[in-house]
Design a protein around this ligand. Sequence first.
Ligand SMILES: Cc1cc2nc3c(=O)[nH]c(=O)nc-3n(C[C@H](O)[C@H](O)[C@H](O)COP(=O)(O)O)c2cc1C
Length: 259
Amino acid sequence: MSRDSTAKVLGVAFVLCLVCSILVSAAAVGLSSRQERNRLEEKRKNILLAAGIYEAGRPIDEQFGQIQPRIVDLQTGQFERGLDPANFDSRAAARDPQTSHRIAPQQDLAGIKTRSRYKDVYLVLGDEGRLQQLILPVHGKGLWSTMYGFISLANDLTTITGFSFYQHGETPGLGGEIDNPDWKKQWPGKKIFDASGQLRIEVLKGMVDRESENAVHQVDGLSGATLTARGVSHLLRYWMGKDGYQPFLATLQTEGLIQ
Ligand SMILES: Cc1cc2nc3c(=O)[nH]c(=O)nc-3n(C[C@H](O)[C@H](O)[C@H](O)COP(=O)(O)O)c2cc1C
């Protein structure tokens, strides 16, 4: 067979493709456990950051030791003991017809259409198992993207101790300012509910009047990014409302876990 024959060129190309695809597949399989470990570590870091207890330089596994992951059934507001938090994927559960909950359009403030019936929640426990902080995953539509974050509450279950997004596709410099530390630092101390239990938290269009008695429930808007800011307000209203975590928060109050 001549060196330049079509059959030989095709044969060499085929063998090259085969070798390359074996190498790529082997790398993908070989690295998948490491990727999984990195994903878990990143998620844990975001949870610690939201709670304001992340210490740079200290192993994340060690820091996460003070946090107890649990699964909650949002319908009943009770802990769901039949699901293992270590293997629970709430995005997959939102797509699975067995565990997906379709949100009625009039209730769908977060613009997400469906959510998982079950959610992973994270308890920061202090002495004698008392709840110090509660960290809850939240998500909802911004202008361009679904924004995913964690909100952390003090043990009165209404005072915010931290709030941060770890994934979104809003425009840098506009909606992307939800990551700006100066904007984020307004959240700790704000109260989600008022004394009568009404859901009051909101991001304003414009600045908060610091003298106003409503200021404790309000955060400054983002100039040039009103639509993203409105998305943040709405997603919090959804997740902290009756179709979101409210039944669970009521259960925590009555079961005395927070005392
Ligand atoms: C290229 C481009 C990107 C934009 N990105 C965002 C964004 O990420 N979030 C947002 O709320 N508005 C974004 N806007 C602006 C919105 O279209 C809208 O004008 C704005 O939300 C209104 O906010 P304002 O009332 O504070 O000006 C973008 C506009 C342009 C032209």
